[in-house]
Design a protein around this ligand. Structure first.
Ligand code: GLN
Length: 308
């Protein structure tokens, strides 16, 4: 595998954007051009980054933020506290569904990668106020993506906040049932901000490489997270990383992955590769339409399906 092969895979899969649509429930995301596709692959064996297509275009991290924020919550409170607050079961429902908490009389959100669980995760981040909590999240994202240019996209944040009533309903439902105890409106604003951070496929590949490399940044050999937290997060990515498309994705692609409605996808292949993909048109589950096809071809080309 090299940059040339990767470029051929980008060209081959580019037109799959026509099978999807850019997220339109957030006005600022609806303005993004769907005609973009890029992939970055961090190879842990050669310690090299391969790139093709729109890898340095900035886009909103959205639900992929649930990965670094979960890692930071584990650093702040420990594995026990985090998973006493949030379960680790896949839901089979859409990412913003309230169904499982209601129908099953759950006392905990189902997993950290559906919105309810992610909002509960955000409530566990340390900091004296909402501002400090978000600044800590931002600086952790910069560190784990090895990207000092990550910033908050204010337009997307305001748009998220303005249209965030389903997320508000999830958060207040959890507060009303004693599932979260932090100040709800501040936690929600921090959650909207963490979703509105601008990243690149290159930075996401580096984040995924840290997970694949058992918590150590391969570019400088420094440990960023514990080996145990890297293992746990990869496992949840396998069962719940792509919402109600997680089962199908595991069967057909076969690697731990996480998506976001900004069109991003990350995949962490244990001891081998960290991959970041970007293409903003989404399938009906909210996952990148061309991104999934490109990731599937790349995993096949790399012979990296972890279940084979
Ligand atoms: N900000 C989005 C939301 O909360 C993130 C969802 C996603 O990427 N799936 O609805």
């Amino acid at each position: 595998m090299n940059d040339y092969t990767l470029k051929q895979l980008v060209d081959k899969n580019f037109d799959y954007y026509k099978n999807g649509e850019v997220a339109n429930y957030i006005p600022a995301l609806a303005e993004v051009s769907p005609k973009q596709l890029g992939i970055a692959v961090y190879d842990l064996t050669s310690n090299e980054l391969m790139k093709a297509g729109d890898v340095d275009v900035r886009f909103a991290i959205e639900s992929m933020s649930k990965v670094p924020v979960l890692l930071l919550a584990i650093k702040d409170c420990g594995i026990k506290k985090v998973f006493e607050t949030i379960n680790t079961e896949p839901t089979g429902f859409a990412f913003n569904s309230i169904m499982n908490m209601e129908i099953n009389h759950r006392k905990h959100p189902m997993n950290p990668f559906v919105n309810a669980g992610a909002i509960a995760t955000t409530s566990l981040i340390s900091g004296k106020d909402a501002n400090e909590k978000f600044e800590r999240i931002l600086s952790f994202m910069k560190q784990i993506c090895d990207d000092t240019d990550i910033t908050l996209n204010k337009e997307i944040y305001l748009s998220e906040s303005k249209t965030g009533d389903i997320n508000r309903s999830l958060a207040y439902y959890m507060k009303g049932n004693q599932m979260i105890d932090e100040e709800v409106s501040e936690t929600l604003e921090t959650y909207f901000k963490q979703c509105s951070v601008n990243v690149t496929a290159t930075g996401i590949a580096k984040l995924a490489a840290v997970l694949a490399n058992k918590g150590i940044a391969p570019w400088n050999n420094q440990r960023i997270i514990s080996e145990e937290s890297a293992t746990i997060v990869k496992s949840i990515m396998t069962t719940a990383g792509l919402y109600d498309e997680s089962g199908e994705f595991s069967v057909h692609v076969g690697v731990p992955a996480k998506s976001g409605v900004g069109g991003g996808l990350m995949a962490a292949i244990p001891n081998s590769y960290g991959i970041g993909v970007f293409s903003p048109a989404l399938d009906k589950f909210g996952n990148s339409a061309a991104g999934i096809q490109l990731l599937k071809d790349t995993v096949q080309e790399l012979d990296a399906d972890i279940f084979q």
